[in-house]
Write a protein that binds this ligand. Structure first.
Ligand code: 9MR
Length: 352
């Protein structure tokens, strides 16, 4: 027997032993560095607490070249009860992104879900609401001018049922359309170079909501708002119909603006559909992540803003608060690649 064939037999035996070991636990999955195979940026959301975890940092730097602050750049953190601003944590996230060479995507300036005491208790005899609103946007966007290359300016403007726009403190005080227009204008003045986004969810699941989102986009553009991109959050479940994500991304692409798959995750526990096995459910999860990548790849290169993962590891996901057994991310709790990571990497590597 030649040395080469001896090695082959030995290698085969070792591989077999490894396979048997793996059959008992989950099979090991290999995923290359996503940012290296992707022709557009790959993002992750981040909290300051993640920056203190070396394993999270390693995983993020290996795979991602964009960062979205998950909550510490929102009003809930920044706006103090007396109306002052707190920038320590947003600064730490911005410094991390800058020092480690990641793009920073600011998130989220105006959101119906956030109405901090600093605004609710505003003494409008002293400062008008409009002035305080302008001041917030100017201060935040201005502080990260040249550091945050892009911002979600208005988040989740469309009504839950897809019929028109949501009511909010901002709409009540400044007008349903005007508060949005105003936010885009102030953000543009504070950073003329940043790409400004409208961002929403369930666009792949609700044609009516997608339609309202597109109509709002047209209205903003017609009014001259400096809108440069559209974000589709892409919080989906493993039983989401094949083709739904692709249809939404492609419809957004028709507007000619940059398109961001901005908060991708695929919930296992929200899925109602029946799956034959765990492996089958994991394949479905991987197909949906892959579909998001393929949909971006189908856009003209200048419109492919990127794909951002909302939680790098399962344990980092907001969905764990809803169901502690959910596993919506592409990396498991220990940071190992799941089949979805391999499926996403494979889709990203195709059609470059
Ligand atoms: O994942 C985010 C969670 O950590 C925050 O507590 C929450 C409130 O700030 O926001 C979550 O992220 C949301 C995102 O900002 C907008 N789209 C829906 C996301 C999930 O709720």
């Amino acid at each position: 027997m030649s040395a080469a064939s001896r090695r082959a037999v030995l290698g085969g035996a070792l591989a077999l032993a490894a396979c048997e070991r793996q059959a008992k636990s989950a099979p090991a999955v290999y995923a290359p560095s996503l940012k290296s195979v992707a022709p557009f940026p790959i993002g992750t959301c981040a909290q300051v607490s993640h920056l203190q975890q070396p394993l999270w940092v390693d995983l993020a730097l290996r795979h991602c070249n964009r960062l979205t602050p998950e909550w510490e750049m929102k009003m809930e953190y920044v706006v103090q009860p007396d109306g002052g601003f707190l920038f320590d944590r947003p600064d730490r996230l911005a410094d991390f992104a800058r020092d480690r060479g990641l793009r920073l995507h600011g998130h989220a300036l105006v959101w119906y879900a956030q109405k901090p005491a600093g605004f609710l208790n505003l003494d409008e005899r002293r400062v008008s609401f409009a002035r305080a609103y302008d001041n917030y946007i100017t201060a935040l966007v201005g502080r990260y001018r040249g550091v945050a290359a892009s911002w979600d300016v208005v988040n989740e403007a469309i009504a839950e049922d897809g019929d028109g726009w949501r009511d909010s403190l901002w709409a009540q005080k400044l007008g349903p359309f005007d508060h949005m227009r105003r936010a885009f204008d102030r953000a543009r003045e504070a950073d003329p170079g940043a790409v400004l986004f409208l961002n929403d969810y369930n666009l792949e699941l609700m044609p009516k909501k997608l339609d309202s989102f597109l109509r709002l986009t047209e209205q903003l553009l017609k009014a001259g708002a400096p809108l440069g991109g559209l974000g589709t959050q892409t919080h989906v479940a493993a039983d989401t119909e094949a083709g739904a994500i692709g249809r939404a991304v492609s419809a957004l692409g028709q507007m000619g603006l940059a398109v961001h798959v901005s908060e991708a995750d695929v919930s296992m526990t929200r899925a109602q559909g029946m799956f034959a096995s765990r492996a089958e459910r994991e394949r479905a999860q991987g197909r949906l992540y892959a579909e998001a990548a393929e949909a971006l790849l189908a856009l003209p290169p200048a419109q492919r803003f990127g794909l951002t993962l909302w939680g790098l590891r399962d344990r980092d996901s907001w969905l764990r608060n809803e169901n502690p057994t959910d596993s919506p991310a592409i990396f498991d709790d220990s940071g190992n690649a799941k089949p979805a990571a391999a499926a996403l990497a494979e889709a990203l590597s195709r059609n470059r």
